[in-house]
Design a protein around this ligand. Structure first.
Ligand code: SF4
Length: 109
């Protein structure tokens, strides 16, 4: 579903049926964090979801106020792979555990 900032995010939920106006981030809600629509503007999750659809990667979100962003609230993401049981440094790429399986395929000409 598209977020208020216009990007597609699998964790955004909006209910506008019959005059309702319910919007929430289900991933932030899962982690007990308060959501507001301004967070979607700078959130890295839509880009991560577009680049990597690994079913084993779990994202954990934290809302922070970094000094560099003039105390504007931002979403910070950490990722964990349930398959390799390790943290993922670059969620857009993944933990590379699954990528190594691709090299086992051979091209037969
Ligand atoms: S805060 Fe991030 S994860 Fe949550 S709905 Fe907005 S873009 Fe998606």
């Amino acid at each position: 579903m598209k977020t208020p900032s216009g990007r597609e995010c699998p964790h955004f939920f909006g209910d506008y049926y019959r005059g309702r106006n319910i919007e929430e981030c289900r991933l932030l809600k899962l982690h007990g964090q308060a959501w507001s629509s301004d967070l979607c503007k700078t959130c890295p999750v839509p880009d991560i979801a577009r680049a990597n659809s690994c079913q084993y990667m779990q994202l954990r979100l934290t809302v922070v106020r970094p000094i560099t962003a003039m105390f504007q609230r931002r979403v910070q993401v950490t990722a964990f792979c349930e398959k390799s049981n390790s943290s993922v440094a670059e969620p857009q790429i993944g933990c590379k555990d699954c990528h190594s399986m691709l090299s086992t395929f051979e091209v037969i000409e």
